[in-house]
Design a protein around this ligand. Sequence first.
Ligand SMILES: Nc1ncnc2c1ncn2[C@@H]1O[C@H](COP(=O)(O)OP(=O)(O)OP(=O)(O)O)[C@@H](O)[C@H]1O
Length: 296
Amino acid sequence: MAQHKPSGSTRGEIQVRNVTKTYGTGPFAKTVVQDCSFTIERNKLTVMIGPSGCGKSTLIRLLAGFEKPDSGSIQIDGRPITGPGKDRLVVFQESALFPWMTTMDNILYGPRARGEQNGQTQSQADFLLEKVGLKAFSRKYPTQLSGGMQRRAELARAMINNPDVMILDEPFRGLDAMSKELMWEYYSGLYEESHRTNFFVTTDIDEAIFLADRLIVMTNIPTQVRATLEVDIPRPRRLANAFDSERANEIKMQALSLLHEEAMKSFSGGSRAAADFIEAYAKRTGKAPAEAKQPE
Ligand SMILES: Nc1ncnc2c1ncn2[C@@H]1O[C@H](COP(=O)(O)OP(=O)(O)OP(=O)(O)O)[C@@H](O)[C@H]1O
């Protein structure tokens, strides 16, 4: 049977302009995103990296249309995002596979639910199964798959819906190091097939550099863009060579130094976190807390 790869969309540019989001009110108000602007460029893989807890998942909920910004605007191809839409598809950290369905049935779930199952969706499912290395597992159930296989099945399940934008919130978090690296190859291979607009959020610098066309580095909370780096490393990228390039290391060092500065902000200002950090540092180095220098 002829196999059809998912068609690459030429839509899906997202513009975030001066977005602010605060949770709670009065003395309990907490601003998580502040005056944040960036563009997720069409047909590129944009990776967002930032310190843990800086507000990345909040931004994803805003892009997905699950929540609304307090001020500023978010547009897709010039239209305001007012709620969830089938032009955007979000893949979360948590498994969303139905345990009572086989891998194949999980992958075909979207087209079936829309009443769109036909010969073409079946051959797309075959193509995606092969691409994610699960051809021999199409009749297995999620519990019969490893964690990495489940994540690959989820990628296929999302991609068959051909969204204009794929939004991924730390989808490989929690996998062991080897499975995670394997996922990078599968995922970037899928991206290189379609060049669909992808927005991928992570806290893992190696993952970010391996995958990204563009890397957006975020500030600490309340978050906004600290820097945007073009990751001009040739494709296709493979684990065997991706980290050999001097350019990859240069970008990694640049991003790491920005992230380090941002992470250190949570330790400044005599906060409880700073006190804990200094105490732990003193224990580890054998120096009394008074001698241990607070990070600048
Ligand atoms: N609905 C909510 N109500 C109140 N506070 C919230 C809500 N959602 C998020 N926050 C707060 O916003 C901050 C940022 O959370 P968010 O999950 O967006 O960060 P993150 O960068 O995705 O974190 P991580 O990297 O750890 O996944 C946290 O301090 C969190 O407590």
